[in-house]
Write a protein that binds this ligand. Sequence first.
Ligand code: MRU
Length: 335
Amino acid sequence: MLTIPAVGWSPDTRALRILDQRLLPTQEVVRDLQRLPEILDAIRTLAVRGAPAIGVAAAIGLAVALEQESDGAGDIARRLLPDYAAHLIAARPTAVNLAWAVERMVRCAALVTDDALLDRLRVEAEVIRQEDVAMCSAIGRHGLSLIPDGARVLTHCNAGALATAGIGTALAPVYTAHAAGRLVTVYADETRPLRQGARLTAWELSRAGINVTVLPDGAAASLLALQQIDLVIVGADRITANGDVANKVGTYGVALAAKAHGIPFYVAAPWSTIDPATPTGRDIIIEYRDRDELGELPPGVSAWNPAFDVTPRHLVTAYLTDRGLVSPPFTLSVS
Ligand code: MRU
């Protein structure tokens, strides 16, 4: 497991501490961030990334940035809060966990006096972090039965410890099965263009002593066709009320190929990733990113670079949540 958590507090709890994922796997650099611009930059440039991790980062970041900017004055912090919250929510639009965490902080602020505001926000941010750790562990426990000894698992992007405050979502059952003494082999799609699978999933699993093989995204369908995979597990950035799933671009193609070859396709996510306010996948705002991320292109050539795609619910075998394994068709009752 990670020796340095992907997201948390600095030892003096005055800063948001992240492991800078832009530099992995070659360098392990920790950054302590206190000001809103540097926190926004870390989220936008994927120094901290993964739906649950950016929710936790935004909550801790909001608490520390308000404290820093207001110099501890609750009335000033309250005046700054709406603007800070709006900037954080807008930093990445697709993952619901970001808005979910920030809106929770704003609701919490509304319940206290100015004197108590900054302390209360720190407590709420820590509760959000601890809940994320617990949700990951619960996903691991509920997913253990999916991973028998010798299981071969295909995943896309990184939905592991680097994407959360805990042991991950899609990788949580893998870590739990490994801890239970089962042999697990993970096939990690490289995940173009930013290579979260090759750089991050491979890094964290190999550090944990789990077998991991990286493949180019374009090879995933062939691997599934060879029947060398027992199940696919991916994470999610948003699950809509009808069960459609936004996740890293390329997930939809993997889901289609898994369906074509009769291989179960699971989506693992904490309950906070379910968004009952968004009816279907068509209503999800997809983040588009710079052409530079696609590498060198000839001058004048344009790029289409969506960060996420939507997998329709009919391709999902079941949703692995912290509340258990949920199979469609279902009604999402969210509390
Ligand atoms: O752009 P990223 O790296 O933040 O995208 C991450 C993913 O798509 C993950 O699969 C998703 O956030 C789930 S992380 C537990």
